[in-house]
Design a protein around this ligand. Structure first.
Ligand code: SD4
Length: 329
């Protein structure tokens, strides 16, 4: 028989592992107090470095934290040599470049587009969805029509390099996501997710991607789903994800990390706990990559991944630096 004291200490330990029903947990524990200088910008992969620089410039010039995250991720969206975001992104298995993006601000408002074609900057369309419609998410043709109505230009996003890669893939036409594979030749990887906390402590985030290369037509990943690929809570901090979106979607990863931080974990501990959730719940975890980055309101940052090879860029205290994330495997 378990006595009351044993029950309470077991319950406390289980609480950190997320096992206690929410109704029994404190919801207002302070977030981790450690921190760094504000403002801070954090983003996924090496293409985060120029993105962070663009975002920091916006903040320095007095722009809002929302402007900063949008302008930061527009950099890789517009770069044809980055084959995992925006222009030049690898297409789906039918040769169509379909993009997913989301943005979320300090007021809790958010906007997303999914499976949108022909628009170089889906993050800016997501912002328009957030600000100028009663909706949160527009997909496919509807998203494109909305973008065109808003004055965005229709363009061909399939660059010769991306088309060549797709044609090479077509020879075997086997869909098999490879860990850290996207864009390997120049070491630019995957989705860009970028989070910022401005001087006042206001928090925002943006996430944009062409998704998994050679995916099925109509496939949508985690990036445009608020709570999966991106989540912001101005009382706590922000989180974004990269890697195999299906694993992030099945565990609602970014929301989970924010909730772990709300309950007292540091950004680093919270990212690790969310990766552990994938390890415990999803047997396919061994085959795929997932990486999380997080920042709390105090300017403390963290990042963690399932597999080795994930890195992220942090711009803080006048330095814009790439960090290798620790990983579970
Ligand atoms: C997705 N998470 O669509 C994105 C893509 C990505 O590594 O990050 N690729 O699932």
């Amino acid at each position: 028989m378990i006595n009351r004291r044993k029950f309470i200490s077991a319950a406390a330990a289980a609480g950190m592992a997320g096992l206690i029903p929410k109704s029994l947990r404190s919801v207002n524990l302070p977030v981790s107090r450690a921190g760094g200088e504000l403002p801070v910008i954090i983003s996924t992969w090496k293409h985060g470095l120029p993105s962070n620089a663009a975002a920091m410039k916006v903040l320095k010039e007095g722009g809002s934290v929302l402007d900063a995250v949008e302008h930061g991720v527009r950099v890789p969206e517009g770069d044809p040599d980055i084959h995992s975001v925006g222009l030049g992104g690898y297409p789906d298995r039918d040769g169509r470049v379909t993009l997913d993006a989301s943005i979320m601000g300090p007021d809790g408002n958010a906007g997303s587009v999914a499976c949108i074609e022909h628009i170089v900057h889906p993050v800016s369309v997501a912002r328009k969805v957030m600000e100028d419609t009663p909706h949160e998410l527009l997909v496919g043709k509807g998203a494109l029509l909305f973008a065109l109505e808003q004055g965005f230009k229709q363009e061909n996003l399939l660059t010769p390099a991306a088309e060549k890669a797709w044609k090479k893939w077509l020879v075997k036409a086997k869909y098999e996501p490879v860990i850290n594979w996207e864009n390997e030749p120049n070491k630019y990887h995957d989705t860009i997710g970028l989070l910022a906390v401005d001087k006042k402590g206001d928090v925002a985030g943006a996430c944009t991607t062409s998704g998994m290369a050679f995916k099925m037509s109509g496939r949508v990943g985690d990036s445009p789903i608020i709570g999966a690929g991106l989540f912001v809570d101005n009382e706590v901090g922000a989180v974004t994800a990269t890697g195999m979106g299906e694993l992030v979607l099945k565990t609602l990863g970014s929301f989970l990390v924010v909730e772990f931080m709300r309950n007292g974990m540091s950004p680093q501990q919270a990212c690790e706990a969310a990766v552990m959730r994938i390890v415990h719940k999803l047997p396919e975890n061994k085959k795929f990559q997932v990486g999380y980055i997080a920042v709390n309101k105090n300017g403390e940052t963290g990042g963690y991944s399932l597999q080795p090879g994930f890195d992220y860029a942090v711009y803080q205290d006048g330095e814009n630096k790439l960090t290798d994330a620790k990983s579970y495997y």
